[in-house]
Ligand binder design. Structure first.
Ligand SMILES: C[S@@+](CC[C@H](N)C(=O)[O-])C[C@H]1O[C@@H](n2cnc3c(N)ncnc32)[C@H](O)[C@@H]1O
Length: 435
């Protein structure tokens, strides 16, 4: 069957209409292309199909550079030139906000591209193949693994560790008990951290040997069970094995050489350059304010650049390790006296603030993918002027924006940030103001 691709939808697949009115989803295609397809599965009102031949290739089409592309579940847009990927994400965002949030499309200012279309990720997470210890990602639409020698999204030092791991004698001994491996990059040091999840307590000598045998490794951590990783090995790893992320001196006038310090297992934004662009965009909103509240502060990532601009700041998060890293970092940035970090849920922080009859003129939200629906009862009582909502999931953002509009806010701006080139994922900043 021949069809024309209308658009790319969230998830990265092309959408086309069949003659009988049903919608078809097809991976690896581009809007406007004529495609010969084969239907793989039929559902009540849509079908899943594959492209057999691209009859009229789009000028935006390019040869994917990764040998795993199409099999690996990580990337969906590598067959599209990067500039066109950014445009497609902008269209996707407009459509989601219009259809699911009821917002006018012209609110979306655009999507800020990443200067690196590849090798931008500072962390990679792998499954361990049982029996061989080889590392892989999950295949597209499957639970099977595709074994990976190099990931073109990862920073190069992470790939050097990935390539060396199968040659490590210590890893050959450890791998049979290992389930997951994570490689994390420390940009200021040019070194990687290796983390693994293991079912039995490993031999300490093997773990020490692993950190010696792998190139460019700062420290090795592992989890057996429980919330905290063990390590680091070698024990003298700087800053307790935390990774160091440079942040602009202009944001932290009180610090000589400003860094964020983040330990394994604590969330950090995957594309640091884009992270810095988001910080830059949100800073002006804090200028001259009395106080700011961050309800998903993590280790303080988005809150800290605002602290020098306000009188006081409160950040909350449920992750104990993030709070510890936040305090460690705040002290070194010269912010300790002005920022209070508390381990609690966003909902509890709102309720406590409301009980104390306090409000904040600026509230930051940066929730996990599920969004912020549970905050909608007390958020309007506490956020007295502006909300900055940073989202990694446009559909839940659209749902929450609808609720915030009903609660008396209006949307001032929506800006996309391409945190994840080659994939359909996107980070979105929405600025809301109380009417
Ligand atoms: C997308 S991360 C953002 C963290 C931080 N803003 C950053 O940029 O690094 C989401 C954060 O929400 C935290 N979190 C998850 N559930 C939460 C809850 N109920 N209340 C407060 N924080 C929560 C997680 O621990 C995580 O640090």
């Amino acid at each position: 069957m021949r069809i024309r691709i209308e658009k790319i939808v969230f998830g990265g697949e092309g959408l086309a209409r069949l003659p009988d009115g049903r919608v078809a989803f097809i991976p690896g295609v581009i809007p406007e292309e004529e495609v010969e397809i084969r239907i793989l599965r039929e559902y009540r009102d849509y079908v899943q199909a594959e492209a057999l031949r691209i009859l009229s290739p789009s000028p935006e089409r390019t040869e994917p550079v990764c040998p795993y592309y199409g099999v690996c579940g990580g990337c969906q847009l590598q067959h599209i030139r990067y500039e066109a990927q950014v445009r497609i994400k902008e269209e996707m965002l407009r459509e989601i906000l219009r259809r699911q949030g009821g917002l006018p499309e012209d609110l979306v200012e655009g999507v800020i591209p990443s200067s690196r279309a590849f090798h931008y990720r500072n962390r990679l997470r792998f499954h361990v193949e049982p029996g061989t210890g080889a590392l892989g990602f999950v295949k597209r639409k499957s639970h099977d693994l595709v074994l990976i020698r190099r990931c073109l999204l990862g920073e190069e030092p992470l790939n050097r560790v990935l390539e060396a791991l199968p040659e490590s004698v210590a890893w050959r001994r450890l791998q049979s008990f290992a389930k997951r491996v994570k490689l994390e990059f420390s940009p200021a040091e040019g070194l990687a951290t290796l983390l693994f999840w293991i079912t039995v307590e490993p031999d300490a000598e093997d773990v020490e040997a692993l950190s010696r045998e792998l190139p460019g490794v700062k420290s090795v951590f592992y989890w057996v069970r429980g919330p905290r990783p063990k390590g680091p090995f070698p024990r003298e790893a700087t800053h307790g094995g935390r990774r160091l992320f440079p942040v602009p001196k202009a944001f932290f006038p009180g610090a000589e050489n400003p860094f964020y310090f983040i330990r394994p297992g604590v969330f950090n934004q995957a594309n640091w350059e884009i992270n810095l662009k988001i910080m830059e965009t949100i800073r002006p909103y804090a200028e001259g304010l009395s106080r700011v509240l961050d309800l998903h502060a993590g280790m303080g990532n988005f809150l800290f650049p605002l602290v020098p601009l306000v009188k006081e700041a409160l950040g909350v998060d449920t992750d104990y390790g993030a709070m510890e890293d936040g305090r460690y970092t705040a002290e070194r940035l010269g912010l300790s006296g002005k920022v209070n970090l508390q381990r609690t849920t966003a909902a509890e922080a709102l309720i406590e603030t409301w009980k104390a009859a306090e409000t904040y003129p600026l509230v930051l939200l940066d929730p996990p993918r599920g969004g912020c629906r549970e905050l909608m009862r007390y958020l309007p009582e506490v956020a007295s002027d502006r909300i900055l909502y940073i989202s990694c999931d446009p559909p839940t953002l659209a749902r929450d924006l609808k609720l915030l509009l009903q609660a008396g806010y209006e949307v001032e701006r929506v800006v996309g940030f391409d945190m994840f080139p080659q994939t359909y994922h996107l980070e979105v900043l929405t600025v809301l103001k109380r009417k």
